[in-house]
Write a new protein. Sequence first.
Length: 295
Amino acid sequence: MILGMKPLVKSLAVLVVLLSQPAISDESAPASEATVSDAQKQIRALHWIKGPQRVELYGNASLDLPEGYVFLNPDETGKLRTITHNVGGGTQYFLAPQDLRWGAYFTYRDDGYVKDDDKIDSSAILDNIKKGTEAANKERHERGWDELEVTGWQTPPHYDPQTKRLEWAIDGRDLANNASIVNFNTRILGRGGVMSVVLLTDPGHIDDAIADLKSTLSQLSYLPGQRYAEYKPGDKVAKYGLAALITGGAAAIAVKTGFWKVLVTGLVAGWKFIAAGAVALAGGISRLFKRKTTT
């Protein structure tokens, strides 16, 4: 699990407050300084890369950014997270349509070549995730964090051997306020590791967002020499397979044995990170982009 930290949940909530305010309500009229917060100014000032153009990720992959989409390199993604009160970052990329109806974070782990001959037992994996979440709730309670409940698969795990992409989405609830949570994940296998993509959107628009993201990811590919099919004997091989990617790569042993203490730290922060703040994607940030594109 690459993101999902509780501070990020809070940071997204901050983003809602900052950017759902009518800072720019009329594209033709300049916003008053009194109506534009410092955070909004900082977000405007980020170096937003606009499509259409090709962007590179991690030195081993490229994405043909379509027209109408925006992108942040790691330094700028880190700034966005800092602006929204989230410590950390600096290694992630951020992708979104220009109206920010959804957003996606990219991370890469060079754990090695992941063998894709695992059998994915979705029922067993879901049962393990539920048990792990229940165990993690004890820790969440002690920290004063909202407890979570896994209710099922929104999208059962599916691996496409042609695209080398593993996808799944978990449905759940924040028990404190009975809020729906959807966490959609994509893992793209390469010769030396795995590209992780985590989608952020309003649960009510998850189907459209997933379709849009998948279409956009069709324009992402590893560079020559880095593709999964270019594996050679002697390359580094990951110590886990496909099933472990769903519960966090390093948790291969836990997946097989149910030894969930290995996973508690990750699950405490876990998959909730998408739950809060999704409203911001269709709210104030889009106004900022509309204003910039008219200049």
